[in-house]
Design a protein around this ligand. Sequence first.
Ligand code: TXD
Length: 311
Amino acid sequence: MNKISIIGAGMTGATTAHWLAERELADLVLVDVVEGMPQGKALDMLEAMPVVNKDVEIVGSNDYAATKGSDIIIITAGLPRKPGMSRDDLLKVNAEIVGKAATETLKHSPDAIFVVLTNPLDTMAYLAMKMTKLPRNRVIGQAGILDSARMRAFVAMETGVSVENINCYVLGGHGDEMVPLTRHSNIAGIPLKDYIPADKLEAILNRTRKGGGEIINLLKTGSAFYAPAAACAQMAEAILKNKNLIVPCAAYMDGEYDLKDMFFGVPVMLGRNGMEKIVEYSLDEAEKAMFEKSAAAVKDTHEALKKLVSF
Ligand code: TXD
């Protein structure tokens, strides 16, 4: 049986475990700093397995040693921004958490592929890669599947068409400057622009860009976790089953799309080696301009990180 360890057993981490357990894809380990919590959630989930007829081992721990021999390490550990905390303060705190989680788990699982979720996403994935010194195929960030899924959901709500028929691609950094590629998005092969009136499409794009905030406003405490966790489970499945699935993910750019030494949301082929390759779309001038704006925002955060952490 494959093994997946999830660092951070909070809302997103535990829900990722839930989606993964249902897939009977791997034995699971939940690790968190809070005593008893990962053990409790793991045992509760394990006790659900007889009901859903899945043979999956689920273990909770406060010790990274429990992650030994993992095929995939998913990092969702981090703190949310607290009152009075600047973005840089949060960056520093989460960098310490993610850096330690990545380097410590690597010691126990030298062959693992890392999937990072902690925000600020692109920069935390960058940090994990720099700290572990792993080749770029083994560190991937989750953002684009979620942003694209939101857009797909909104298109389905607008048109009444099955989500299975709806293909949307949202690239770029995981933030307000994300880049929804409408020209490449379609309903059963029909370009979105031909199916949905321009004003309705614009409203969908706006709602997609603000999708994370919409959930935060509704929940009042915490942020989205069902959809991010589902996205994460899809990535793990594509990797373990060597599917060569092309999905938008944050990957380390080495010249693709004219970007270098940064993580950015692009179409990535996921297989047993993790990020098998980056797929390059042809972009028109307007799309290139959106890409550049989004890349500049991500680079700013990368630069802020470099001032706080040395690697
Ligand atoms: O699409 C995406 N990339 C995202 C990102 C979608 C959803 C959530 N996203 C980010 O993931 C979010 O902005 C946060 O940075 C993380 C985790 O979000 P979540 O909603 O799961 O937060 P929780 O519920 O607070 O869980 C975080 C857990 C919590 O249980 C802490 O005790 C734990 O992380 N934590 C740690 N675990 C292990 N090791 C250390 N050092 C540690 N520090 C905190």
